[in-house]
Ligand binder design. Sequence first.
Ligand SMILES: C[S@@+](CC[C@H](N)C(=O)[O-])C[C@H]1O[C@@H](n2cnc3c(N)ncnc32)[C@H](O)[C@@H]1O
Length: 507
Amino acid sequence: MKHQPPPGDGTLEQAEQLRPWIEGETGMDFSGSRLTRLQDGLRKVSLLEALKLDPKALESAPFLERLTAQLTVGESFFFRNASHFAALRDHVGPDIFAHNQHRREVRLWSAGCAGGEEPYSLAILMDQLLGPDSGWNVSVLATDLNPAFLDKARRGVYRPWSFRLTDIQQDTRYFERQGNDYILNPRVRDCVRFAYLNLVKDVYPSASTGTLGLDLILFRNVSIYLKPAVTQVILQRMCGALRPGGWLLLGETEVNLAPSEGFVVRRMEQATLYQKISEGAPHFDALPALPAPVLAEVRYQQSPGAFATDLPNWVPLPETRAAGSGPSPVHAGAAGKPGPPDLWGQIEEPAARQHFAKAEVLIDGIASEQQRGELRLRYAKLLLEMGESARARGMVEQSLREAPMTVEAQLLHASFCEESGDFAEAEKAWRRALYLDRSCAIAHFHLALLQRNKDLRLAQRSLRIVFQLCDKQDPHALVEHADGVCYGRLREMAIAVFEAEQESESA
Ligand SMILES: C[S@@+](CC[C@H](N)C(=O)[O-])C[C@H]1O[C@@H](n2cnc3c(N)ncnc32)[C@H](O)[C@@H]1O
């Protein structure tokens, strides 16, 4: 029988009071009978007494972390839902390989990855399909908001229960048995990059989180815990994170929360998937129009309760900016029509048709080195949105040779290096960005993330600089070059990292 908290222990009142705040922080739904789960979580965190005395304790990152650890369900196993993996094997994988043949690269995202079973299943599937020495570069981004799940996932060690509906653990190409544990082969393990990302509060699509130009997103068994309006916004953002023609797979019971726009439905014998509409592709199987998600409604549901923090509940999506001025200006050339296409329009048009040589000849022809570098950077961002990340990386490197004093190019270069595991070069690039702009808060933050693996004191120093920079700003103001992260959120993330480091130092 399900455990019920004893009546009158104060948790019901606490849960009711906290509900708007925690729903805003996680997107989870604690309406109606679901409030009991929040009550249970609060009791387990056993901070109630402290909270009664000091409501401000709620604003602390450790409290949120402990509470979300209780509220999130990390249930997962390898090759969960065999029919999904059959559809990926028979249809989606081959489609991605055919599309990416020229660049031999696959980029996947498991959003809400729990203990890693799902992203590792994807990595194994790709290995089975491509073969071990294919020369293809497979990268799987795996994100979650529960740091304990991420730690477990990084270890890549599993018990038999994680294989309850598969016998993949018997395959010695992928697992080595040690007693009761199955250890994942490092070759597969290293294809997967785990990162903290709260789907409700963090920024995507964005080059800095590796969430641009993806071939496939798995978003399964996460939205069942979220508010439907929140899920719709997440799906919109995921659409932006996919390349044209990229794929989205939802959980079996979640297809009723299908994305409202931007996708065509692909019904296969084994599963239904959503494919991002490619520009100019026939919309023969278009989804029926649903009302567009209303952010204001989400905000209303998350409106501050007694303990609410002073932070925005939703970080705005990156805006389309004017040429050369912002993080994501790739469509700016289309604005301002009709009239003869400007140079950017002339570059964008062949690039969209994958006639890259034609586009690049136009860039190469620009006389001023500085302007050439700047336009090349803009072109690199267009390539990234299209999923051409290897080409984009080459363009950023070239742009840095032409216009080396561009902070944004240094930041992009650093993100590329991190994604490919070249942390030494990434660190140099973050530092070069800081050399150009000492107040670049996002570069200090990323530098701290790298430094904490080597030298905790240096990492803490960088984080203190982040705090100082954030404290000078309105928490709602957008951080420069950070694709829509606001100073309040950056500060929160920095605090979480800082406190986690202090905890591990004192442990
Ligand atoms: C039931 S597991 C699903 C795991 C895997 N996708 C699967 O289908 O087997 C749900 C995961 O979503 C994560 N999650 C819930 N809300 C989230 C949010 N707002 N941002 C990121 N992850 C979230 C939880 O921490 C948990 O690990």
